[in-house]
Design a protein around this ligand. Structure first.
Ligand code: KG4
Ligand code: ZN
Length: 349
């Protein structure tokens, strides 16, 4: 089966061609245009700018993946497109393109949940057949921080989520306080490597009796420290690195701790990581160490390749494949953007 994936939910225009036979995934083509340079000027994503930039890119990017794969639309079986969550004006560009291609090429269409894409992104470099359930995904991105229980592919329940800021958003805001450019996640983690004495921040909600998160208090704690240092004009590069490392340690500690606790409570066989923040090297290392040391070798950990952590259409095509298994196609006339679509629920009709 060959699937074209299309992703435009935020600031990446991406298309991918995926072949899946006997549960074996082969990525035949992937092309992504990142708008980050444009948004860096404004210190964050400007929705109107994002939508306008998708428009001239989407068709050349789709053409590019067909060239990479040396295929034509005749070889195609399905088209999967992100229908939410995300910025509505950005989502619409991908949806209109997919709808038109589905209609003209007479190929069935699938509305894909962007967060399901992140949940399945590690399967692009792992064996689907040997995957064991129940599984638990820590999905961490610029807009979401969720612990998702996976009973089987396509069957998702959120057992914990952030009550305020997403962890990626918090990395971006802390970076801004330290005068670092957008997106802040990679900047913070690089700067943290130069820390001499990380400043200690309390990991938020570490001992709460649920699997929810909160990051706005941690963000405010960083703000107060930064203000204090700025008052005395002592915010040099080493101090910035110590703040970045302290913040990163606190955020990672609570993410890893709650993931391990949830895995114990739900007798989880496989832990999965997904989302832009999954690119964080320290988090990957800490999660691996904790899974091995606390849960033991019988619990598997699936971590996506770096290139599949941030937004890309390959993960959207994988998620589309699981929707095909559930016969979840949608007519091109009915597909709609649902900016608040929650994983595991039906999109707004
Ligand atoms: O999944 P993604 O590409 O877009 C959304 O769906 O939101 O995630 C983007 C987020 C940004 O907040 C970015 O700062 C963060 O992922 N990020 C990181 C790292 N690389 C990207 N956060 C921490 N460490 C990183 N290395
Ligand atoms: Zn994303």
């Amino acid at each position: 089966m060959i699937i074209l994936g299309i992703e435009t939910s935020c600031d990446e225009t991406s298309a991918a061609l995926l072949q899946i036979e006997n549960s074996k995934i082969e990525l035949l083509g992937l092309s992504t245009f990142s708008q980050i340079k444009e948004h860096t000027k404004y210190g964050g994503i400007v929705p109107e700018v994002a939508a306008r930039l998708h428009v001239p890119k989407i068709i050349p990017i789709i053409e590019h993946v067909f060239e990479q794969a040396a295929l034509t639309q005749k070889n195609l079986d399905y088209i999967g497109v992100t229908a939410g969550p995300g910025l509505v004006t950005s989502l619409i560009v991908g949806i209109h393109t997919a709808r038109t291609l589905s209609y003209v090429w007479q190929k069935p269409l699938i509305a894909v949940n962007h967060m399901e894409g992140h949940v399945v992104s590690s399967l692009l470099s792992q064996d689907i057949k040997s995957f064991q359930f129940p599984a638990l995904c820590l999905t961490i991105s610029g807009g979401h921080t969720e612990l998702v229980l996976i009973k089987k592919w396509g069957d998702y329940t959120i057992i914990g989520s952030t009550r305020d800021d997403a962890v990626g958003e918090c990395f971006d805001k802390v970076a801004k306080m330290l005068d670092l450019p957008y997106p802040g996640g990679p900047q913070i983690s690089q700067l943290a490597e130069h820390a001499t004495q990380p400043i200690s921040f309390t990991p938020p909600m570490l001992h709460s009796s649920n699997f929810d998160f909160s990051f706005s208090g941690l963000k405010t704690a960083v703000l107060y420290i930064v203000r204090e240092y700025k008052k005395h004009q002592q915010l040099d590069n080493i101090t910035k690195a110590n703040i970045a490392a302290g913040f990163q340690n606190a955020a990672i500690k609570v993410l890893v701790h709650k993931t391990i606790q949830a895995a114990q409570k739900y007798n989880i066989e496989t832990i999965v990581l997904g989302g832009g923040v999954a690119a964080n090297k320290l988090l990957r290392k800490e999660l691996q160490n904790n899974v091995t040391n606390i849960l033991g070798a019988s619990t598997k950990l699936y971590i996506p390749e770096m290139r599949f952590c941030t937004d890309n259409a390959a993960m959207i095509a994988v998620a589309a494949y699981f929707q095909v298994q559930k016969k979840n196609t949608i007519s091109p006339e009915l597909i709609k953007a649902d900016p608040n679509w929650v994983i595991g629920t039906q999109p707004e009709k």
